[in-house]
Write a protein that binds this ligand. Structure first.
Ligand code: AGP
Length: 593
């Protein structure tokens, strides 16, 4: 949800090419518009609606003077995606320019007041009040830093802000609340950014500012101050991600690269076993577990419920983060609340985590080191998927599942479950070796309007995730159902030629799911089944089959059977001429509620 970058170089080189490169790495956060502001003897601004490549072709964004500047990619909340609403936003005299990620909830009141005082607004954004407030305080004689401090006393909502002023042309000031911001220390200069992929190429020593701390960058130092103007000594952490990890490395899109990295991501996450064991030893007195997450992370949580209830016998709930407050009254200090989030910055999840911290022990399962969930939760499991750039979660999902399987295996001291997980990377490599049949199927299904996915037990979350992947990147309506639920309503939607994906691994649920397959077939559905290569009955009944070999039972199926569904979604998107990395209206990191 919007990405911001700021950079000040130690020498007098042009910063614009670096800002352009950094902001391009954040395009997964928003792609409605892009803009850059630099300072030489004045503030220079280039910005427009559109993806970075298009805007750059038109405006040549790298060609701007000045060794310091700020940049922005937008995911529109207030105001259409157009040039005026693009960031950087500025005051009427262009003395101050600001980039912002978040939402200023009281902007209308502030705007009304500022208009009475003579300020003129030109955009529909909430952000525009920020440069006007900073300008107002600078006019009263405050410096840029104190003006930003006054401004954050007035604005309400969520924000990561970077601001520059022509009156102090050697400085960037930045701050954050409920939106991510990191500070990077590079050999060539200093950086602020929404997320680490932006600056990996230039800086891997990172500082994580806390809420409402002020970050002041000039060409010779970084100063971080608290609200009361005291300088704070912050810990510097070193990132273990490399710039190459955030590149396509020969693949057409990040999504397909990330699908192909899944066995590695699982292998790396398996190294968390020792940490997970320590966490379990420490939280020995719990009698209930509650998962909280959104989207794909919610689907990983659902698998967690099946695992923990069947293997450890501990009552487990799964709650959508945006609905959490309605359930929070039932929590107590014997409940472990597990927050799953690849980004660690999802606003709904963070709100719920704050609430859960009041009563219960909290555990975060997170992919991005240093993100807000890692700082707020009592315990943290780091999924080791590396940076995920495609908006559709793939390798982070499998890493989350891996962490949950290890957690359930250790919690229930079930060695056989743990041993099975160790073999999953090998199964995935096997599946990825031959996906031609799925690629062919994507041609057949590219023009359909609706898709259904069904599965029972452990395969039910696979059905939900398969449907989410499809709708997210192909814009085809997809619904996942528990196979046994079809007859309670959705069966009315099944008709001649409607594709139904039946997920049916070997196990107790196999027979009943076969019955459901026959029910939809009898009503004309086009059945695409995913099952074992030795499953003769399934192969015979289905119109199309993707077979999994070697045999994977229904408990482990979520880690393997999702792969063909990710690939199906990817190639249907390609067939439809869509960019799977940048689905419309979505962004990688959802920092608004
Ligand atoms: C997944 O493909 C989606 N992009 C989305 O549902 C995502 O899983 C959700 O927004 C949660 O994100 P998080 O894991 O970063 O908290």
């Amino acid at each position: 949800m919007c990405g911001i970058v700021g950079c000040i170089l130690k020498d007098n080189k042009k910063v614009a090419p670096i800002l352009l490169n950094c902001i391009s790495k954040l395009e997964y956060r928003g792609y409605d518009s892009v803009g850059i502001a630099t300072i030489d003897d004045k503030i220079n601004i280039k910005k427009d609606k559109g993806e970075i490549n298009q805007v750059n072709k038109k405006l040549n964004l790298a060609d701007m003077e000045g060794n310091l500047g700020i940049a922005h990619v937008r995911w529109a909340t207030h105001g259409d995606p157009n040039k005026t609403n693009s960031h950087p936003q500025f005051d009427e005299n262009k003395t101050v320019a600001v980039v912002h990620n978040g939402i200023i909830e009281n902007y209308l009141d502030i705007k009304t007041q500022l208009e009475k005082e003579g300020h003129k607004f030109i955009s529909q954004t909430d952000t525009e009040v920020i440069p006007h407030l900073i300008e107002k305080y600078m006019d009263k004689g405050l410096d840029l830093e104190d003006s930003l401090r006054e401004t954050i006393n007035i604005i309400e909502g969520s924000y990561a802000i970077a601001a520059i002023s022509v009156n102090e042309p050697d400085k960037i000031v930045a701050t954050r609340k409920d939106s991510p911001l990191i500070v990077g220390i590079g050999d060539n200069g200093y950086y602020v950014a929404s997320d680490s992929p932006a600056i990996l190429e230039y800086a891997n020593n990172i500082i994580y500012p806390d809420e409402n701390e002020l970050v002041i960058l000039n060409s010779s130092e970084i100063i971080i101050k608290d609200k009361n103007d005291n300088i704070i000594d912050k810990e510097i952490q070193t990132l273990d991600w490399t710039p190459e990890m955030a590149e396509k490395e020969g693949y057409d899109y990040f999504m397909i690269k990330e699908i192909n990295e899944q066995s590695k991501a699982i292998q790396n996450t398996l190294t968390e076993k020792i940490n997970i064991k320590k966490i379990i030893d420490d939280i020995d007195d719990i009698n209930r577990i509650c998962f909280v997450a959104c989207g794909t992370s919610y689907h990983a949580s659902l698998t967690g419920k099946y695992l923990i209830e069947s293997f450890a016998g501990i009552s487990t709930d799964v709650i959508l983060a945006s609905e959490f407050k309605y359930f929070a009254n039932t929590l107590d200090d014997k409940t472990l609340v597990i927050f799953i989030s690849q980004s660690g910055e999802t606003a709904d999840t963070l709100k719920a985590l704050d609430k859960a911290n009041e009563t219960s022990k909290t555990l975060g399962i997170v992919n991005v080191a240093g993100s807000a969930v890692t700082r707020k939760a009592d315990y943290v499991i780091h999924t080791q998927a590396g940076p995920e750039i495609g908006v559709a979660a793939t390798k982070t999902y499998l890493s989350q599942l891996t962490a949950i399987y290890i957690f359930a295996g250790l919690l229930s001291s079930n060695n056989s479950l743990l041993e099975k997980i160790d073999r999953v990377p090998e199964f995935i490599d096997e599946v990825l070796l031959d996906v031609n049949s799925i690629i062919e199927m994507s041609k057949k299904y590219k023009f359909v309007n609706d898709f259904f996915f069904i599965g029972r037990g452990y395969s039910y979350p696979i059905a939900l995730e398969g449907a989410l992947k499809l709708k997210e990147i192909t814009y085809i309506h997809g619904e996942g159902y528990a196979a046994g639920e079809l007859k309670h309503g959705p069966l009315a939607l099944i008709d001649e030629g409607i594709p139904v994906v039946v997920i049916n691994p070997p196990g107790d649920d196999h027979k009943k799911t076969m019955n459901n397959l026959k029910e939809v077939k009898a009503r004309g559905a086009d059945v695409l089944a995913v099952g074992s290569s030795s499953d003769k009955m399934l192969i015979e009944e289905a119109d199309d089959v993707f077979t999994i070999n070697p045999e994977v039972d229904q408990v482990i199926a979520p880690l393997v059977y999702i792969i063909p569904l990710q690939i199906l979604a990817y190639y249907v998107a390609i067939e439809r001429g869509l960019n799977p990395d940048k689905p419309k209206n979505l962004a990688k990191c959802v920092t608004v509620e």
